[in-house]
Ligand binder design. Sequence first.
Ligand SMILES: C[S@@+](CC[C@H](N)C(=O)[O-])C[C@H]1O[C@@H](n2cnc3c(N)ncnc32)[C@H](O)[C@@H]1O
Length: 214
Amino acid sequence: MHRIHGTDVYTGFLPTLAEDRQGWNSQHTSFQEIISGSRPSVVIDVGAWKGASTIYLADLLKRNAVPGTVIAVDTFLGSVEHWDRGSGFAGLMQHRFGRPLLYEQFLSNVVRGGAQDRIVPLALTSAVAAVLLHRLGIQAGLIHIDASHLYEDVLRDARAYWEILTPGGFMVGDDYNQDWPEVIKAADQFAAEKAVPLMASTPKWIVRKPPPAA
Ligand SMILES: C[S@@+](CC[C@H](N)C(=O)[O-])C[C@H]1O[C@@H](n2cnc3c(N)ncnc32)[C@H](O)[C@@H]1O
């Protein structure tokens, strides 16, 4: 928290919104397997929305007695499908004066869930957050890619966050299914580019960064 923000961002925050942990595929079995197996001290959730996946990851750290932190990267402004009022994903965000209240919802959920000691929110675009985390020398053993689902964005996020994934660490991406062909295309291209096998664990795609040679 202090390395990124220089202060505790929860200081003085009162959860103003009722708990709403609506999300998608937020509690995938791979999270438990990776956290219990490799015990990462830093996890990055790229695309946090209202906090369902972030809080689950933080709870898994606690349940597995891993003294770790989840960094939640999100603009907290929603993706194109959440803004497109013709899409099936519309109507899920509260707004105030035209701006989504996702950050307020996220913080409220984290505090109501008592997880603020294990979660650091980072309200930036995924691209800028990756540069900042790299600059700060922060690496993670598990990175969840679940921000924009557009082909160029998924590929860009996978490439950028690979740079701060620890050797032997896991990258897990969401929505590797026929509903999101651009995610499939980007994930397949990324795995081929890095010459690593892609494991499909519906609906997640998983790749592992090779551990250092012994
Ligand atoms: C599918 S939701 C994440 C769902 C969440 N992981 C869960 O389990 O509920 C995608 C999120 O990515 C965020 N997002 C989209 N594009 C982004 C970008 N370029 N940088 C940062 N966040 C972005 C949106 O604001 C949205 O909250």
